[in-house]
Design a binder for this molecule. Structure first.
Ligand SMILES: CC(C)(COP(=O)(O)OP(=O)(O)OC[C@H]1O[C@@H](n2cnc3c(N)ncnc32)[C@H](O)[C@@H]1OP(=O)(O)O)[C@@H](O)C(=O)NCCC(=O)NCCS
Length: 327
């Protein structure tokens, strides 16, 4: 049995790694997560903000378990994000523990002082094999998120019913490339979102977005075969007051994601969240060629966002908890 290092450049090794990760993901009632090419680009490429790689515990031709590692490079350089997945027949045989030990060793070698892990669990209790494993290894639960889903497409009548433009704000939409006109303000809104999003007790720094970083993320998304729909609301003075983004990957077109929704503090309380989300849904579902599940995760303390989602028809399916281990 040996631990092998994985990145996206050796396709044989990478595809075995990905297959096991994806199989474990498919055990969920509403599977989410990256497709093969989306993951390969992350693990093969040079990115200025992230290094992604992995480990596999391998016995001959058998892959027993894997660890996916995200090493942030611009902020959060004190931590490593880790996701473990063990093949069902090998669970409770120490595979996860062995991989975790290898991760801890590498994280320490790199000077990181914290492991951070997001773990899926039951809708009511939040518990799962993953949370039991984390607790038994000294991880501490720092944030609880609700996983909600909405089946698309919504009917035209339903969309018309939900659509409530807010007077005084102009709706602007774009796809993969932020128009030059908005790139500065949009990068600034992404940074403000990162500061404002509830993070519970997590020892995480907000991301600092610049136009250059945004352009790099857009180029990466294209390479990954991802697609993204952005809708913003512009106030009468030309300020970008709110935005929302949804999208997915061409490898898994039935998995869609509601990413950020952000309303600048001075514009809150005017239903701008809904005013950007509904046109964004229209744009997203106009290109759907099959039914799909739209996923979203929000801190359980983020009552306004969860309420907006319930109003739109999202329902809760699971909890996701975020854990940290001090090294
Ligand atoms: C969580 C997971 C990685 C654990 O891997 P594993 O190889 O089975 O873990 P180990 O055999 O090393 O277990 C170590 C300890 O964790 C705890 N544990 C692991 N699975 C458990 C379970 N199903 N119920 C209760 N405790 C559990 C136990 O204390 C166990 O020690 P013990 O077997 O001596 O009682 C595996 O169940 C898995 O892949 N689950 C699906 C994906 C997932 O949830 N990943 C976690 C996200 S990072």
């Amino acid at each position: 049995m040996e631990i092998v290092a994985v990145d996206g450049r050796d396709s044989g090794v990478f595809e075995r790694f990905f297959k096991l990760r994806d199989e474990v993901r498919r055990e969920e009632e509403f599977p989410s997560g990256l497709g093969l090419e989306e993951a390969r680009v992350l693990m093969a490429g040079e990115h200025s903000d992230l290094r992604a790689n992995g480990l596999g515990l391998v016995d001959g031709d058998d892959w027993l378990g894997i660890a996916w590692l995200d090493w942030w490079l611009l902020e959060n350089t004190h931590l490593v994000e880790v996701e473990l997945a063990v093949a069902a027949p090998y669970r409770r045989t120490g595979v996860g523990s062995r991989l975790l030990e290898a991760v801890v060793e590498r994280a320490k070698q790199d000077g990181r002082r914290l492991l951070s892990s997001t773990i899926l669990g039951d809708a009511e209790t939040g518990e799962s094999a993953g949370t039991a494993f984390a607790a038994s290894h000294g991880f501490v639960r720092k944030l609880v998120e609700l996983h909600q889903v909405l089946e698309l497409p919504l009917s035209e009548e339903r969309l018309a019913e939900l659509d409530q433009p807010v007077a005084g704000y102009e709706i602007v939409q774009w796809r993969e490339h932020t128009p030059d006109r908005w790139v500065e303000q949009f990068a600034d809104a992404l940074s403000a979102m990162s500061v404002d999003v509830p993070m519970g007790e997590l020892d995480h720094e907000p991301a600092r977005w610049t136009p250059e970083r945004l352009r790099e993320a857009e180029a990466r998304r294209l390479k990954q075969g991802r697609f993204c729909h952005t809708t913003v609301a512009i106030d009468p003075h030309g300020q970008l007051a709110a935005y929302t983004q949804t999208g997915g990957g061409t490898g898994n077109p039935e998995r869609l994601y509601q990413w950020d929704t952000f309303v600048r503090p001075e514009h809150r309380g005017r239903r701008l969240g809904l005013a950007v989300k509904v046109p964004n849904f229209c744009s997203l579902q106009a290109e759907l060629d099959r039914p799909a599940v739209l996923h979203t995760w929000n801190a359980t303390t983020n009552t306004p966002m969860i309420a907006v989602n319930v109003h739109l028809g999202f329902r809760p399916v699971a909890q996701r908890t975020d854990w940290e281990l001090e090294l």
